[in-house]
Design a protein around this ligand. Sequence first.
Ligand code: SF4
Ligand code: SF4
Length: 163
Amino acid sequence: MSEFPYRKTGVVSLEELARLNLLPPEERLRKGPVAILECPEMIPCNICVPYCPTKAIKMERLIDVPAVDWDKCIGCGICVAVCPGLAAFVVDTSKNDFDYVTVPHEFIPVPRVGDEVVLLNKLGERIGRGTVVRIWERNKTYVATVRVPKGLSMEVRAIWVKQ
Ligand code: SF4
Ligand code: SF4
């Protein structure tokens, strides 16, 4: 079996992201919203780098894996909007009652603020319900921030808007 099972399954686990140093440390997660780029392969893409307003994303070469300087990241979500692989997310685990997660959304219907939506993990499985608290759009990619039950922000990677 490959050292990293996602290379066969196509689904990268949290444990694998941690082993690859692609998850923010707990201390940073407690401070507020922060980006997670689930982009572990050396692919010729660096679009998130120039769009980051705080220059928090670093890549030496076009095919490098993007590295986030967690202390520079302000959780703005612009990388979520511009990533063509829909691999960028923002999580906020700093609040007591709920977590928040920001995900790209390229399906119809587009949710509205206040909508209750179904929360999906990266396998497309339903794992709960959340409420949309922010929605904005860039080049036809919508970016939705969703209030989710405490503990789910590291699992939720898409939403389903029931019609
Ligand atoms: S959330 Fe904003 S500040 Fe953080 S890495 Fe993405 S674009 Fe940069
Ligand atoms: S834009 Fe997305 S796919 Fe491209 S390097 Fe950044 S995180 Fe990876």
